[in-house]
Write a protein of this length. Structure first.
Length: 350
């Protein structure tokens, strides 16, 4: 009997060791370290409908060490009580704004102080109040949801900065991330009748990302809990990567989202302007013209290529995001379009 117990105990012990080893390998040893330091408040908080949203009334500092041909850089992110990006601490959102801006990191202002973003430049160009609700990694899906959530600001104009990759992001349950596990987000899916709808995030990718970035795994229970969660996230990521949507589905999803964005803007008395922001000077996908319909579109490809031909670099070296010169150009082009098309009438009360 003692031999049986000893055998069972050895089997249990070896099973536990194997499971712990598997968790260590899958959740820690094979997840690469990322060149990012985060100081101050959390940049994001989990949102059960969107997946991630800006942490309101916060100050986060992001520091990126030098890698390859990119120098070390850091930038501060301040948000107001609604989560819109602002110049400094303690700012509150106005009751109403002239312009609401939504989009991803190209609009949010990755690597730049808020004062240097095109949204902030636009505010000065047009002498109008602007709330920038863009966030890194967002697609059209999250931009639409943010617009709907803050519609009570009653903007006269909504400006959505779109990039080519939004075609893919709109259908992906995992947004772009530094880690090989799911950064969960809302996404377009289809119901049984074949109608597009917005699906909720499957799990809390924000907590997963932040816990891994912090790297504090001294507590055995925390280590185990996070390890299991990372494995779940890796499974979700693999499933999302494997299920590559067709171009037709990408266009159908974008058409659905743009219609909803136009309807949502109209419902609050605002005009909608979609602005295409080129990646590496590339032209907009042909699918954008096929789905844009009657929605106003300002394509900045020619403006970017014109500056490139003059010898002006518009992207952060070794990174690919628009630099300060690009944000100034974007602001000028949008302001020109807004004036020429009479999209904004600013009143003294604002």
């Amino acid at each position: 009997m003692s031999k049986v117990r000893k055998t069972v105990a050895l089997l249990l012990a070896s099973t536990v060791v194997s499971l712990l080893a598997g968790i260590a390998i899958a959740s820690y040893l094979t997840v690469p370290h990322i060149p990012l330091l985060s100081e101050g408040d959390l940049l994001l908080v989990f949102d059960p409908e969107i997946g991630a949203r800006a942490n309101p009334s916060s100050h986060a500092r992001r520091i990126y060490p030098a890698v390859r041909d990119r120098k070390t850089f850091a930038f501060d992110i301040y948000t107001d009580d609604r989560g819109a990006r602002v110049d400094g601490p303690g700012q509150r959102s106005p009751e109403q704004v002239d312009i609401m801006v939504v989009g991803d990191s190209f609009t949010w202002g990755y690597a730049l102080a808020n004062e240097d973003t095109w949204a902030r430049h636009l505010s000065r160009e047009l002498d109008a109040s602007v709330s920038n609700f863009a966030m890194a990694a967002y697609g059209t899906t999250q931009s639409l949801q943010v617009l709907q959530r803050h519609g009570d600001l009653a903007p006269k104009l909504v400006v959505y900065g779109i990039i080519a990759h939004h075609f893919e992001r709109n259908l992906m349950p995992c947004l772009p991330s530094y880690y090989p596990f799911c950064f969960n987000a809302s996404h377009v899916t289809w119901n049984e009748a074949g109608e597009p709808r917005i699906g909720r995030p499957e799990s809390n990718g924000v907590r997963r990302f932040q816990r891994h970035l912090a790297g504090d795994f001294i507590d055995p229970i925390g280590w185990l809990d996070h390890g299991i969660d990372v494995i779940r996230g890796r499974i979700e990521y693999a499933r999302a990567t494997y299920n590559t949507p067709s171009d037709e589905k990408k266009e159908e999803a974008l058409a659905f989202l743009l219609r909803e964005m136009e309807r949502s803007a109209s419902a609050i008395g605002a005009k909608l302007l979609v602005v295409y922001l080129p990646t590496n000077y590339y032209s907009a996908p042909q699918g954008l013209q096929r789905v844009i319909g009657d929605v106003r579109l300002l394509d900045l490809t020619e403006a970017f290529q014109r500056e490139r031909d003059k010898g002006t670099n518009l992207y952060i070296v070794g990174d690919g995001h628009p630099n300060q010169a690009a944000h100034e150009l974007i602001s000028r082009e949008i302001a020109k379009y807004v004036r020429e098309n009479g999209l904004l009438e600013v009143t003294a009360s604002r």
